[in-house]
Design a protein around this ligand. Structure first.
Ligand SMILES: O=C(O)CCC(=O)C(=O)O
Length: 269
C-alpha cells in the first residue's frame, strides 16, 4: 500500500484496487460460486436452522458446511457465509499476499479473518445503506501514532465486471469521519453524496466498515456475484451474521489444507 493509497484510504475510507486477483482465479472462483448458488438456492429454506444472536434465521448446510440466508428471486439477495469451507478453489484468498500487504497497513497487531460471504444479488435488488457517523467500536476507523488503525475492514473481490446499472458497490466518501448520524434512509439510490464504484473482473474494493456504504439497485438482467472477506484485530470474533460474535466457523478439513500462516488467520496458535 503506497503513500498515495494510504492518503486516499484515510481521506475517503475506501480504495478500488485494480487486478488484485488474476483472470484465472476470478474465472475459477466464479464457476464454484455458480455451483454453490444452485446448491444454496435449493437448501436455503430447509432445516437445520441456525438462529443468530441478532435474531435472524439461517440454513446450516451439513454437507458443504456453509450458512445461508435470503432467496434466489427477483429483488432479493442470496448470501452464502463461510464459503472457505466449501471448495479449495477459495484457498488462494486466505493469506493472499497482495491483499495482506493492504490489510497489514490498516489493521494494527495480530490480524484475523472475521467474515466470509458470497453475495448474490438478483435483478431489482439493492443493498441497504448502513454505517457512517458515530459507531460501535467493532467497526470504528481510527488513526494514531502508528498510522491507520481500523477495526473491521472488508475486501470485496469482483469475479465479473460490475457497472452502476448492474448494482455497483457504493459509498459516501469520507463518512467514516463524520460526527453525526446520516439523516437519510437506507435507499442507496437516493442519498446525495453516494457514488457507485464500477469495476472489472479481478478488481477489488477495500473499505473500512465505518464508512457509509451499500449496493445500488441492480437494474440489469444479470445477477451480481461478489466475494466479501472481512479482517480485523485478532480479538474480534466472527462477523458473519449466522455466527455473529462466535468463534470463526472453519472446518478441520479446510484448516488441514492450510499453511501455518493461513491457519493463524482463523485461530490463535
Ligand atoms: O456489495 C453490496 O451490495 C453491499 C455489501 C456490503 O454492505 C458489505 O460488504 O458490507
Amino acid at each position: 500500500m503506497n503513500d498515495i493509497e494510504q492518503y486516499e484510504f484515510d481521506r475517503s475510507g475506501y480504495l478500488v484496487i485494480k487486478n488484485l486477483i488474476t483472470p484465472e482465479q476470478a474465472a475459477d472462483m466464479l464457476k464454484a460460486v455458480d455451483k454453490l448458488e444452485a446448491h444454496a438456492a435449493k437448501h436455503v429454506h430447509l432445516p437445520p436452522r441456525k438462529l443468530s444472536c441478532w435474531g435472524s434465521e439461517h440454513h446450516y448446510n451439513e454437507e458443504m458446511n456453509y450458512h445461508a440466508y435470503g432467496e434466489q428471486a427477483s429483488g432479493k439477495t442470496l448470501v452464502i457465509e463461510d464459503f472457505f469451507n466449501t471448495d479449495p478453489v477459495f484457498d488462494c484468498l486466505v493469506d493472499h499476499e497482495k491483499t495482506m500487504a493492504y490489510i497489514r497497513r490498516i489493521v494494527q497487531g495480530p490480524i484475523r479473518i472475521n467474515n466470509s460471504e458470497i453475495r448474490i444479488r438478483y435483478t431489482g435488488n439493492a443493498s441497504g445503506t448502513h454505517m457512517g457517523g458515530p459507531i460501535d467500536h467493532k467497526y470504528r476507523y481510527n488513526y494514531n501514532e502508528n498510522g491507520i488503525d481500523c477495526m473491521m475492514v472488508r475486501m470485496v473481490y469482483f469475479l465479473q465486471p460490475v457497472t452502476n446499472e448492474q448494482g455497483a458497490f457504493c459509498v459516501v466518501p469520507g463518512t467514516h469521519k463524520t460526527n453525526r448520524r446520516s439523516p437519510y434512509d437506507s435507499n442507496p439510490d437516493n442519498e446525495p453524496g453516494m457514488i457507485g464504484l464500477e469495476v472489472e473482473a479481478g478488481d477489488a474494493i477495500l473499505f473500512t466498515e465505518h464508512l457509509r456504504h451499500g449496493g445500488l439497485t441492480n437494474r440489469s438482467e444479470r445477477t451480481r456475484k461478489t466475494l466479501h472477506v472481512g479482517y480485523g484485530p485478532a480479538w474480534m470474533m466472527s462477523q458473519n451474521i449466522a455466527t455473529m460474535d462466535e468463534p470463526q466457523f472453519i472446518t478441520d478439513a479446510a484448516l488441514s489444507r492450510y499453511t501455518d500462516a493461513q491457519r493463524k488467520l482463523f485461530r490463535i496458535m
